[in-house]
Design a protein around this ligand. Structure first.
Ligand code: PAF
Length: 283
């Protein structure tokens, strides 16, 4: 596996693969890799001849009071995991390589509407930061295919829309969420949980699962299900940002005819803000 930090070197490497007719699959990450990331990587390897991963903790997607400075950074371990997973190229730029000297604010990519709801309401500017860095990474790596986890469902919807609107020739693929044995979705931020909080956290998956079962059985009062889900999480001590049932395609509030839904939640537990979701089809 090559490790590159300069944009020009990545471009040269990818250009050579393309000239040889090889397809490039890409997994953007912020590092601190876990089994969830490795599942994205396994999927990427099935879709391309060459596989690139990026490790970049993107300051633009963190708010002023968020965990950018403390976000776990484990580059040596990440490199070992990527090499073991068969990665051809690890791109690990620093902030100035991605954003320049930082004397003026960078150009932003903004995906309207879907960036402002749900997590966007509680993390203003977050999805602009995500859309901007992913657009930059796509321009650098020029992948045929890019893989994103369904755990960050809103991010996946934002990126699909960004890629379509900006005519990126990249196929966006969502990969299923990887869970711990007790149902908790894997996330680098699970490390922020104290032992007693970690014991409570699986309630998120339990409540999402109950909600999905109710919808699949034909329960039509979605507002009541949202209220009940949020109340059950709050009763276990979580501070709920939202518990929402939305249309999968664009995260709009579902109308009666919409069948493909997703139940999403974000809740704070101790120092961690946990997000999760489950997809469901209405009968
Ligand atoms: O999901 C993440 O790890 C990040 O939001 C991403 C897509 C790598 C952009 O920084």
């Amino acid at each position: 596996m090559q490790t590159l930090t300069a944009i020009a070197d990545v471009r040269a490497c990818v250009r050579a693969w393309r000239l040889a007719g090889e397809r490039v699959a890409f997994v953007p990450t912020m590092g601190n890799l876990h089994a969830g990331h490795i599942s994205l990587i396994d999927l990427a390897r099935r879709h391309g001849d060459r596989f690139v991963a990026s490790i970049f903790v993107n300051p633009m997607q963190f708010g002023p009071n968020e965990d950018f400075a403390h976000y776990p950074r484990t580059p040596a371990r990440d490199a070992e995991m990527l090499a073991a997973a068969g990665c051809d190229l690890m791109f690990m730029p620093d902030v100035s390589e991605m954003y320049g000297p930082g004397t003026t604010p960078p150009t932003r990519v903004e995906v309207p509407d879907i960036s402002r709801v749900l997590c966007g309401e509680f993390r203003p500017g977050h999805f602009d930061g995500v859309a901007t860095v992913v657009a930059k990474l796509f321009n650098i790596v020029q992948p045929d295919i890019a893989i994103f986890g369904e755990k960050d469902f809103q991010q996946l919807v934002v990126i699909r829309r960004m890629a379509a609107d900006l005519c990126f020739p990249t196929t966006i693929v969502g990969a299923p969420t990887v869970r711990e044995a007790d149902g908790l979705a894997m996330s680098s931020r699970n490390q922020y949980l104290a032992a007693d909080e970690r014991a409570v956290a699986p309630v998120i998956h339990a409540v999402l699962s109950d909600t999905v079962r109710a919808i699949a059985r034909g329960e039509a009062d979605l507002a009541a299900l949202e209220r009940d889900g949020a109340a059950r999480l709050a009763a276990r001590g979580l501070r709920v940002d939202y518990f929402a049932i939305r249309r999968r395609l664009d995260l709009a509030a579902p109308s009666a005819g919409d069948r493909e839904l997703v139940v999403l939640t974000a809740a704070r537990l101790g120092k961690a803000r946990l997000i999760d979701n489950l997809q469901v089809d209405r009968p």
